[in-house]
Write a protein that binds this ligand. Sequence first.
Ligand SMILES: [Zn+2]
Length: 140
Amino acid sequence: MTIPVETAPGVRPYPPRMSAFTKPFWDGVAAGLFRTSQCDTCHKPSFPPKPVCPHCWSNAVSWIDLSGRGTLYSATTIHAGPAVFAADLPYRVGIVDLPEGLRLATRVLDDSALDEAVELVALIHDDGPLYGARRLSDHG
Ligand SMILES: [Zn+2]
């Protein structure tokens, strides 16, 4: 399943560090694929993607595609943020539970309510991709 890909204005205020290991994740986001690492030994996924399984310490991991949909578990609005995010204030962040058993922290792009179904969306800035969550639009 792919996630929506949308153009976002300007450059990312605090670009994520990209490593040789995380490059496939960010390349996937840019292409509308939301994926993570899954252990080849115990078969548990983890997020963010990791080169070593946090459950059994195996270093044999593979990439899996996630649905890119979930439920908003928690959210808050940031009114006084770090200087680098000043242009975005106020903005919302939250925690999304994914059906794959993962929980991730992300920007929340709208006023989604707690326990509401949300989708992840790729945001393509001038200097690279980010992602955020918003209310699931098509209920499909
Ligand atoms: Zn494992």
